[in-house]
Each structure stands twice: as C-alpha cells, then as structure tokens.
Design a binder for this molecule. Structure first.
Ligand code: FMN
Length: 352
C-alpha cells in the first residue's frame, strides 16, 4: 500500500480516490452528493468543449457551474487547437478552478473526427505541442486522461505519458483499455503498469472497472499506481469513496446505503438540480441519474419507468412518494441491498 498522499504538484489531496469524468453525470449536483458522503480526493467535471467555453455557450457554463463545497475541482477540456485550449485553460484558472484535465481518451466519433479526444493519440508531435501549450498557459496543475492507445498494435500511452511529463504535466490518468476496445474485455492492468513504469516521478491514476474496495486494492497492487479513479462504480455506489477512505485508514468499512438512505440521497441530489436549473427544467436533466438510483434501489420496473416520464419537480415528487411506499423488489427498506450488475454503456457513449 502506498503511503505518500496523492498530489498534483503543490495540490495535495485528502485521499487517493478520485471521481472519473462521466459525461451526463458528473455535474455539480452529483459532485456535491459524493463530496458530502466523503472520501473523494478530487472530482472532475464532464468533458467540456474548449471552444464552447470561450464562446460562452450556456451548456458549457452549466457544466462548469460550481460552489464553495465543490473543491478541489478539475475541469476536463477537449479540443485540438493549442491557442483555444490554452485560452480556455486561462479562463478556468481565472475562475478559481484547481486543476485542468485534457481529454485524450474520448473515442466518440463526434469528438475524434475533429482531431480531439482519442485521435490525439495518433498524432505524436502535434499532441505534445498541444499539451505543452496548455501547461504553459496556466500556473495550476494540468493533467491528461487517456486510454492505452488507439488499438492493440499502438499502445502509445507509456510513450506519451513520458513525453507529457517532460513538458510539465502534473499527473496522468489512464483507462486500461484501447480506443478500439470500447468497454469490452477486462481492463488491462499490465498496460497501466507500463505507464506507471514509463514516468519519472509524476503520479499515475489507474482507472477502469473498479467497483469495490477489493477491485481498488488490486488496481493499486498490480499497477503501482498512485491513485484510483472511479466512474461507473460511483453511479452504482456513491459511498465507494468513503468505503475506500475507511478501508485505507482502518482496514474495514461500512456497507453502502440502504434503500431508505439512497432515497434520501436521491431527493437531496434532485434538490440540488432544482437549485441549478429551476423546478421546471430539473426533471429531464435528472433522468439518467434517476435511472441509476432506481436500479440500485431495486425499484419495480413500472415505477422506474414512471420516473423517466416525470416532466417536472411535482411529478418527480409524486413518483418518489410511490417508490417510498412500495420499497425494493428484493430485500428491505433499511437493510443491505444486493450488489448491482454494472452494464457496459450503450448508445453514443458505447466506446467511452
Ligand atoms: C457515461 C459515460 C460518460 C463518460 N464521460 C467521460 C468524459 O466526459 N471524459 C472522460 O475522460 N471519460 C469519460 N468516460 C470514461 C470514464 O471516465 C472512465 O474512464 C471509464 O468509464 C472507465 O472507468 P469505470 O470502469 O470506473 O467507469 C465516460 C464513461 C461513461 C460510462
């Protein structure tokens, strides 16, 4: 077990357990919830288009909305033009963001066809120049998140990690799959280890398929990474960071929340969504997240569906009253629920 606290340059974190960026989920309301439960060292936003930030689009500004409790915070940006990426980083630094993360992992065609996201891993010199331009533009730490490479024949991550360290990147987060792999197969921990071995001294964050404390322990042990970032596991179990912090401190940890506790958490998160967008626009925004809560709470299919159809805050409240009354399909309202099977994402995010 590593003992040194995780740090990105001068930015030292309270734990080595980080929330991975998840487009459509890692918005301010969810980050507030995860932080209130405790144990998370750093949260990162969804990926944000650097051009969109500079043009001041409402959508991108909602993605970077924050509050004093939402700290430390990293904003993930994507793009392929060095001056635009550098300017976006400067703007975020001026707004008080603690760290900038460059997206080099996004395999979605919409992003790669512009030369951004994972396609940057195919363009050696240009990519290093782009990262250097961002590092030079700001004083706050800049990190890069990437996959192992484009495909099995091009496992370029170790090489890039070393080159990024040389131009001043403060840490690398690595999802142990290739772009071509999408979410299939198992995470390649030997591939992550190769990245850990390639860098001189910056921390490498291991990522992929960590759903439990045991998975995190395996990730640390087999890769030698300095921290672990968790995406889907946090949707299924927002208590995972607290469990990991407890485990690291004491060797044991509390179970995740019961049906009742999850319902309270859902209500709180929905309240934060209303704060962010108003009662009229909160329900559609919350649908994707609501789906994960309903699944984890073992809510009957008809009620899960009813939540998806709710159009405003009053309709959401009415569905939640029925959810509270009926309880879970397996187990009790206050006991331990069975673990959730985590599916591979479908639709346009299928290759994340
Ligand atoms: C729905 C969804 C959205 C994602 N959005 C992003 C994103 O915006 N930026 C990014 O770098 N990775 C994104 N990812 C990838 C995750 O950060 C993470 O690398 C991947 O899910 C593997 O970790 P996990 O097994 O802990 O989920 C996304 C993944 C999913 C499932």
């Amino acid at each position: 077990m590593v003992n040194k606290p995780l740090a990105y340059g001068p930015l030292v974190f309270s734990t080595r357990w980080l929330l991975s960026p998840l487009a459509g989920f890692t918005n301010l309301p969810f980050r507030r919830i995860v932080r209130e439960i405790g144990g998370v060292g750093l949260c990162t936003t969804d990926l944000v288009n650097a051009r969109g930030l500079l043009s001041g689009s409402e959508k991108t500004h909602e993605l970077i909305a924050t509050c004093p409790e939402d700290s430390p915070l990293s904003v993930q940006i994507f793009g392929h033009e060095p001056p635009i990426m550098a300017e976006a980083a400067r703007m975020l630094e001026a707004r008080g963001v603690d760290s900038i993360d460059i997206n080099m992992g996004c395999p979605v065609n919409k992003v790669t066809k512009t030369g951004a996201g994972a396609s940057l891993m195919c363009e050696r010199d240009k990519t290093i120049d782009l990262v250097e331009a961002v590092v030079k533009a700001v004083k706050i730490p800049v990190t890069v998140k990437m996959r192992l490479g484009w495909d099995e024949t091009q496992l370029t991550a170790p090489h890039f990690a070393r080159a990024f360290e040389d131009v001043g990147v403060a840490a690398i987060a690595i999802h142990g799959r290739t772009r071509q792999q999408g979410f299939s197969g198992k995470v390649n921990r030997a591939g992550i280890r190769a990245v850990v071995e390639a860098v001189k001294s910056i921390p490498v964050i291991g990522n992929g398929d960590v759903l439990t404390v045991a998975d995190a322990e395996t990730m640390l042990r087999e890769t030698g990474c300095a921290g672990v970032s968790i995406g889907r596991g946090a949707l299924a179990n927002p208590w995972i960071f607290r469990q990991l912090a407890q485990w690291e401190a004491t060797g044991t940890y509390d179970p995740p929340g019961s049906f009742q506790e999850r319902l309270e958490l859902l209500r709180k998160q929905f309240g934060y969504v209303i704060e962010l967008r108003g009662a009229d626009r909160a329900a559609p925004f919350f649908r994707k997240m609501g789906h994960w809560y309903m699944k984890a709470m073992r809510v009957p299919a008809a009620l899960r569906h009813a939540l998806q159809l709710a159009k405003d805050a009053a309709e959401v409240d009415a569905v939640l009253a029925r959810v509270a009354e009926q309880g879970p399909t397996i187990g009790t309202k206050t006991g331990l629920l069975p673990d959730l099977h985590i599916s591979v994402p479908a639709g346009p995010n299928a290759h994340w």
